[in-house]
Design a protein around this ligand. Structure first.
Ligand SMILES: C=C1C[C@]23C[C@@]1(O)CC[C@H]2[C@@]12CC[C@H](O)[C@@](C)(C(=O)O1)[C@H]2[C@@H]3C(=O)O
Ligand code: AKG
Ligand code: FE2
Length: 339
């Protein structure tokens, strides 16, 4: 199905980001084959250096992805008044151009649902109910499989880190009350290409720089470029993602639980001026009352625990009050208030 070209007015100056450091294409970006016996070692290495990696041979059937993409496109093609029945996002629901509740904007529209039926929010239910049975089953079938994938990847991380209880991370996601969500982002083509080129050296922010607050995020996108990650030296690299691979991102909670061994990576999406982009992201979060702190087995005698304990609810509340690009780690840092 062809992607849609939307007309969104380019009159909001906050889209026009300051020229950012140019991005480079890293050809040797880590790619992990989940069926490779070395996968756990490669995953740990990638999470330490890049806070992310590409994942192939993951076992999620292409059909589930294609169904969800098609249903999502049907949703986005509806008239605005129909989509806006699930607006404004709270954070769940349908959103357009505004991200979160703190004046962040981006060249996109999206829907966000929490997927666990035990804790599903009213807006997520509304979104499911206002759409067809095909939409609901595409969402359900996909989330069941991607959640399993999340757990598999988290088990490999635990094994790779030499942790005895290999379900130490995955049990947080598989719990009945886990706080996981599914987001579908649609970045339309910007029809005013010339205007953007002149005003902003060709850069139009789709989704501004941020880290993901949860444990892990798993991204699937159509073939369109736009996703970038920030390397440790502050340079941005463009991630070329084909339609069959996943991109896995370490979230803030995983950085805390690994006592900083894994890096929660800053990433952003630049809108593509030639073709629209559709991405599907599954965010794996623990139950709201889960205490998050560095795992004792990862804090060696010589080291100290870098972060204090917070529940996911405490961290989530604070994170959702912050701007997209804010450094939310201060909340976890033990010595921040002494500085
Ligand atoms: C500006 C914001 C949007 C966000 C909540 C926040 O206040 C800061 C974190 C943002 C983020 C990034 C990852 C996910 O896309 C998201 C759903 C999340 O959990 O944290 C978004 C939030 C959002 O879109 O509401
Ligand atoms: O759309 C994408 O590829 C990534 C968006 C993102 O980082 C997010 O939704 O948190
Ligand atoms: Fe993100």
């Amino acid at each position: 199905m062809a992607l849609i070209s939307h007309q969104i007015a380019l009159n909001d100056e906050s889209f026009l980001v300051k020229p950012c450091k140019p991005s480079t294409l890293v050809t040797e970006f880590p790619e992990v084959d989940l069926s490779d016996p070395q996968a756990k070692t490669l995953i740990v290495k990638a999470c330490q250096h890049f806070g992310s990696f590409k994942l192939v041979n993951h076992g999620v059937p292409q059909e589930l992805v294609t169904n969800l993409q098609n249903e999502a496109l049907k949703f986005f093609m509806q008239p605005q008044f129909q989509k806006q029945k699930a607006c404004p996002p709270d954070p769940y629901g349908y959103g357009s151009k505004r991200i979160g509740s703190n004046n962040d904007v981006g060249w996109l529209e999206y829907f966000l649902l929490n997927t666990n039926l035990d804790v599903i929010s009213p807006k997520s239910l509304l979104l499911l109910e206002q759409n067809s049975e095909n939409f609901r089953s595409a969402v359900n079938n996909y989330t069941v499989r991607v959640k399993n994938l999340c757990c598999e990847v988290l088990k490999q991380m635990a094994e790779g880190l030499g942790i005895e209880a290999k379900n130490v991370f995955s049990k947080l996601i598989s719990s009945e009350r886990s706080d996981c969500c599914l987001r579908v982002n649609h970045y339309p083509i910007c029809s005013k290409v010339e205007e953007v080129k002149t005003l902003n050296e060709g850069n139009l922010i789709g989704f501004g720089e941020h880290t993901d607050p949860q444990i892990i995020s798993i991204i699937r996108a159509n073939n369109t470029a736009g996703l970038e990650i920030c390397l440790q030296d502050g340079t941005w690299v463009s991630i070329s993602l084909d339609h069959a691979s996943y991109f896995v991102i370490v979230g803030d909670l995983l950085q805390v639980m690994t006592n900083g061994r894994f890096k929660s990576v800053k990433h952003r999406v630049l809108a593509n001026l030639c073709s629209s982009r559709l991405s599907i992201i599954y965010f794996g979060g623990p139950s709201l009352d889960e205490n998050i702190a560095p795992l004792p087995s990862l804090v060696s005698k010589e080291e100290e625990s870098l972060y204090k304990k917070l529940t996911w609810q405490e961290y989530k509340n604070a994170a959702y009050k912050s701007r997209l690009s804010e450094n939310r780690f201060r909340l976890f840092e033990k010595y921040a208030s002494l500085a």
